[in-house]
Design a binder for this molecule. Structure first.
Ligand SMILES: *Cc1c(COP(=O)(O)O)cnc(C)c1O
Length: 465
């Protein structure tokens, strides 16, 4: 029996028609092979050939060129970064799936420099003695929030887990029933409490809790009262929660610390921007909360991190727990958080920290930008219209709160298809679909990205459509 290598015109289901690895390597080289280590190329070819072998009964052996194309596709996937900048035109300012808060250019630069170089992370430059890696951030947070001491960990989920593991093992933690919530991504307060080794004691009802409920739940085995910001939902109507001060008073009387998972952990008050009553870290500390935990990449506007701040005595107990080492923040994160905090120290946060620039953008500016951008799009007449929208802060901050915004609505046949083209474009753009229209909301886009956004839309829609 004669056999020869298959060509496009000559299908072949003969196992012997599968080329050898070296044949494909040769062909791959001739085709101007990519910049990938030889061992990875060989492995990829082996994998592709064995896939062909496995499906030989059902499909033809592809041509050598088709095999090389498949290999190159895999190699390109390995060799192309996924995490490159995208434009967030969803109108959700802190979009968890898009990595939450973008940091300021100064913060990004501080993180870049720290990553690429040794830094005095745990050495006091003055004395050459060992120093604390949290000292700088503690100092900044003390000024900004009144917290005596701060510890920075991987994220807020780690912060909550660590605080409970350190302060409440094998003891009881009192939580209002309405706050025993799931934050998202499987982060459920009852489960976290269980993981930490604490026992949850629920008080009140789903909608109403009184200071007296906390008072009667306190016992000799109570380690703490835990308050949780109900990040992503809001109960409306017949609802009651005691004031934080009342709960702190209950704790004081029983010598039980009040811990608060604030979630967002803002330095600035959202109320000053017409947004609802989210407590700042400073307000919680001032009310007498012993330990506040918060995210670095929500309303703080920094990199992913978890901040544990409050009483020095408690923070130092938390710092000594074995889990602290497992979840502590690295030098790049610490540099990023510190640089972000310095924007607040300089009183320039609303003009430098991206999330606050977005929150603070006047509606009239957003409308103006939408009109300018729309006028510059090189697409068919009438496809893009400027219109008012509603943006949200997102990321579990300020649930139910929206801000007036402006955007561009694209009236096209298949918004899903265009949304995909925009996501795969360069730069990629993430939009939202509202009433069968693709909407690009400008509040979550910084003005310096407008040019790029304009080009991306023009390319995705094309002048002919
Ligand atoms: C967002 C949030 C968390 C989780 O914070 P991460 O930084 O994402 O780990 C925990 N608790 C509350 C109340 C939150 O809002």
């Amino acid at each position: 029996m004669v056999h020869h290598s298959p060509t496009e015109s000559e299908p072949n289901r003969d196992r012997r028609a599968i080329p050898s690895v070296s044949t494909i390597i040769e062909r791959w080289r001739v085709g101007g092979g990519r910049d990938v280590a030889p061992a990875i190329v060989t492995q990829t070819i082996q994998r592709v050939l064995s896939e062909i072998r496995a499906t030989i009964g059902e499909s033809d052996v592809p041509s050598h060129d088709a095999i090389v194309a498949r290999v190159n596709e895999r190699l390109a996937l390995l060799n192309t970064p996924r995490l490159t900048p995208v434009i967030n035109a969803t109108g959700v300012l802190l979009h968890t799936n898009l990595g939450r808060a973008p940091v300021s250019p100064a913060t990004a630069e501080a993180m870049r420099l720290t990553a690429a170089s040794p830094v005095a992370l745990e050495i006091e430059p003055d004395t050459g003695q060992r120093g604390g890696r949290m000292d700088e951030i503690s100092r900044l947070m003390r000024e900004l929030t009144g917290a005596e001491s701060t510890l920075v960990v991987n994220n807020n989920a780690a912060a909550v887990l660590l605080v409970l593991a350190a302060l409440a093992p094998e003891r009881e933690v009192i939580v209002a029933r309405g706050q025993a919530v799931e934050i998202g991504g499987g982060f459920r307060i009852p489960d976290v409490l269980q993981q930490s080794g604490a026992t949850m004691v629920e008080v009140g009802t789903a909608n109403r809790t009184y200071a007296s409920d906390y008072k009667s739940a306190v016992s000799a085995s109570t380690a703490a009262i835990l308050m949780v910001h109900t990040s992503n939902f809001r109960i409306e109507g017949f609802v009651s929660e005691p004031h934080l001060e009342e709960i702190v008073a209950v704790g004081r009387a029983a010598n039980v610390p009040v811990l608060e998972d604030l979630g967002s952990g803002s330095i600035l008050s959202p109320r000053d921007f017409g947004l609802g009553g989210e407590r700042t870290i400073g307000e919680s500390i001032a009310a007498g909360v012993a330990i506040v935990t918060a995210s670095g990449d929500k309303l703080l506007g920094g990199p992913q991190a978890g901040l544990i701040c409050g009483s020095a005595a408690f923070v130092s107990r938390i710092e000594r727990h074995p889990l602290a080492r497992a979840v502590r923040a690295g030098k790049v994160t610490l540099a990023g958080v510190a640089e972000t905090l310095r924007h607040y120290v300089r009183g320039e946060a609303t003009s430098t920290v991206p999330v606050w620039r977005m929150i603070g953008a006047p509606v009239a500016d957003l409308e103006q930008r939408a009109r300018t951008l729309c006028g510059r799009l090189q697409i068919a007449e009438g496809v893009a219209v400027v219109r008012p929208t509603k943006s949200t802060v997102g990321g579990g901050s300020l649930p139910g709160e929206t801000q007036e915004s402006w955007g561009i609505a694209l009236d096209i046949g298949h918004p899903d298809d265009v949304a995909r083209v925009l996501r795969l474009g360069s730069p990629a753009v993430y939009a939202r679909i509202n009433e069968h229209r693709l909407v690009l909301d400008l509040r979550s886009v910084l003005p310096e990205e407008d040019d790029k956004l304009c080009r991306a839309i023009t390319v995705a829609i094309g002048p002919q459509r």
